[in-house]
Design a protein around this ligand. Structure first.
Ligand SMILES: N[C@@H](CCC(=O)N[C@@H](CS)C(=O)NCC(=O)O)C(=O)O
Length: 209
C-alpha cells in the first residue's frame, strides 16, 4: 500500500486529495512543522530533495507532486486523471501541470526580494510582469474550459489548487479579483474527494490522534 508522508500545511495535501479522488487505499503518516515553520529532521530524512510531498511504494520513495501524481495515476489507476499523448488535450495537460512551479517560484522570489531596492528592481519588475501574465492567462483559460486540461477534471487541477487556496494564506496573490478563477475554486472545492482530503490533511486539519 502507498504511504503518503504528509507535512502539515503543505503541498502534500495534494496527494491525499489524489488518493481520495482515485479511491485508492493509502496510509497517511503525518509530520508537524518544527518551531521554525520548516519540515522537521525526520521529514527531511525521507528523501534527498527534502521537500513535501513524499510517498513510499514498496522500496521506492518518490518526491515532487507532479511526478507522484503521474506515477500513481498511471501505475495504479490505468491513467485516470492523467492525459495521454494520444489525446487532443495532451499539450494543454502538460502545460497546466507545470503552472504550479511558475506560481510557487513567483511566490518565493517575491517573498525573498522584499521591498523594491536599486539592486532587486529588475527581478521584482520581472516577477510583477509574470504574475500579471500568469494569473490573466489562468483566468482566460478558465473562461473557455471548465478544467485546466479541458472538459474533464485532471491532475492539472489537483496541482494548482494549493497555489490558489493556500498560498494566499501566506501572503501570496489573492484570486478574489479574478472572476473565472474564483468560480473554478468554488466549483472544485465542492468535490467530495476534495472536501474529505482537506478535512484529513488541508491547512486547517489536525493530526489524527
Ligand atoms: N516542486 C515541489 C515543491 C515542494 C515544496 O516546496 N514543498 C514545501 C511544502 S509546501 C516544503 O517542502 N517545505 C518544507 C521545508 O522547506 O522545510 C513539489 O511540487 O513537490
Amino acid at each position: 500500500m502507498i504511504t503518503v508522508y504528509h507535512l502539515g500545511v503543505s503541498q502534500s495535501d495534494r496527494i491525499v486529495w489524489l488518493m481520495e479522488e482515485l479511491g485508492l487505499p493509502y496510509q497517511l503518516e503525518w509530520f508537524d512543522r518544527g518551531p521554525d515553520g520548516l519540515a522537521p529532521p525526520a521529514y527531511l530524512a525521507l528523501h534527498p530533495a527534502a521537500t513535501a510531498p513524499v510517498i513510499r511504494d514498496g522500496d521506492r520513495v518518490l518526491a515532487e507532486s507532479a511526478a507522484i501524481c503521474e506515477y500513481i495515476c498511471n501505475r495504479y489507476a490505468k491513467g485516470k486523471l492523467s492525459v495521454n499523448a494520444e489525446q487532443d488535450n495532451y499539450a494543454d495537460y502538460l502545460y497546466w501541470m507545470q503552472m504550479n512551479s511558475n506560481l510557487l517560484g513567483l511566490f518565493f522570489a517575491k517573498a525573498a526580494a522584499g521591498e523594491k531596492t536599486d539592486s532587486n528592481a529588475m527581478i521584482l519588475s520581472a516577477m510583477e510582469r509574470r504574475e500579471k501574465d500568469y494569473y490573466s492567462l489562468l483566468d482566460q483559460r478558465l473562461s473557455e474550459a471548465p478544467y485546466l486540461a479541458g472538459e474533464a477534471f485532471s491532475c492539472a487541477d489537483i496541482m494548482i489548487m494549493f497555489n490558489l487556496t493556500s498560498l494566499p494564506l501566506f501572503g501570496g496573490r489573492s484570486i478574489d479579483d479574478m472572476a473565472n478563477i474564483s468560480a473554478y475554486v468554488q466549483r472544485i472545492s465542492q468535490r467530495p474527494a476534495y472536501i474529505k482530503a482537506m478535512q484529513i490533511a488541508g491547512p486547517q486539519a489536525q493530526r489524527a490522534s
